[in-house]
Design a binder for this molecule. Structure first.
Ligand code: PGA
Length: 265
């Protein structure tokens, strides 16, 4: 009887935490864009004005050279800016690399680490963990990406793979975001089914607890955004292709649930 009461209280608390977690709608521009794209936040603002989106956070992660120019236009539109990767070191002889502190000083508040496109080029869980830690030290929020391949899903190992990735890629920090992106759904037009998403996000929730946002990524677009964003334990989306066009990014953001109200920006 007592255990049941405790469980009920804990259950409602978990539901409450989930309800008040602000959705994060994050665009990953990958290697797209040019300096002319710094007017995109203004375009976004026209489609979805800041005063109508106080219940959510919008983030754009452009290629590094465009971070500083975008920060100016994004701050007017109340949109956060993030990097797509960072080096583990603060500075040093690492030609071509960018540190988390440099992203921060350019005005970025987030950084994506461990995207599957980088893991495919040899980025390991250990490296992802170090990058997330470097981001944390630089006072910038890491978005740690995880996700299984099609072969891993088809052999029934998806949950084990993703659980292991989280255990090995998340450092001992309290502020981070997880992005679950099944590799086979990225840039392919294939999205996981609502039940696949719910199932995996529940697995991740058990590991990370109630205070961490879990984003879904992989072919999120205006047509499927509402269903995905209203799935249990989905606290936002990481969007590639559809984030290049402000009308579609705004349509996705509009589909986010409106039950969270604290203003963060
Ligand atoms: P997609 O990319 O939306 O184009 O599938 C998502 C991502 O790679 O973050």
């Amino acid at each position: 009887m007592f255990t049941l009461a405790v469980r009920t209280i804990l259950g409602s608390f978990a539901k409450y935490m989930e309800m008040i977690m602000r959705p994060l709608i994050a665009g990953n521009w990958k290697m797209h864009g040019d300096m002319g794209w710094s007017d995109k936040p203004e375009v976004f603002e026209k489609y979805y004005p800041a005063k109508s989106r106080e219940h959510l956070d919008v983030l754009i992660c452009p290629p590094s050279p465009f971070i500083a120019p975008l920060v100016r236009s994004c701050s007017k539109a109340q949109i956060y800016v993030g990097g797509q990767n960072c080096h583990v070191a603060e500075s040093g002889a690492h030609t071509g690399e960018v540190s988390a502190g440099m992203l921060k000083s350019a005005g970025a508040n987030y950084v994506i680490v461990g995207h599957s496109e980088r893991r495919a080029n040899g980025e390991t869980d250990v490296m992802v963990k170090e990058k997330a830690l470097a981001a944390n030290k630089a006072n910038i929020m890491p978005i740690i990406c995880v996700g299984e391949s099609l072969a891993q899903r088809e052999s029934g190992k998806a949950s084990d793979v993703v659980s292991q990735q989280i255990k090995s890629s998340v450092p001992n920090i309290t502020d981070y975001v997880i992005a679950y992106e099944p590799i086979w759904a990225i840039g392919t037009g294939k999205t996981a089914t609502a039940s696949d998403i719910a199932e995996m996000h529940a697995v991740i929730r058990k590991i990370v607890g109630n205070k961490i946002k879990i984003l879904y990524g992989g072919s999120v677009k205006p047509a499927n955004a509402q269903q995905i964003l209203s799935t249990a334990n989905v606290n936002g989306a990481l969007i590639g292709g559809a984030s290049l066009d402000m009308e579609s990014l705004a349509a996705i953001a509009k589909a986010a649930p409106k039950n969270a109200s604290t203003k963060n920006y």
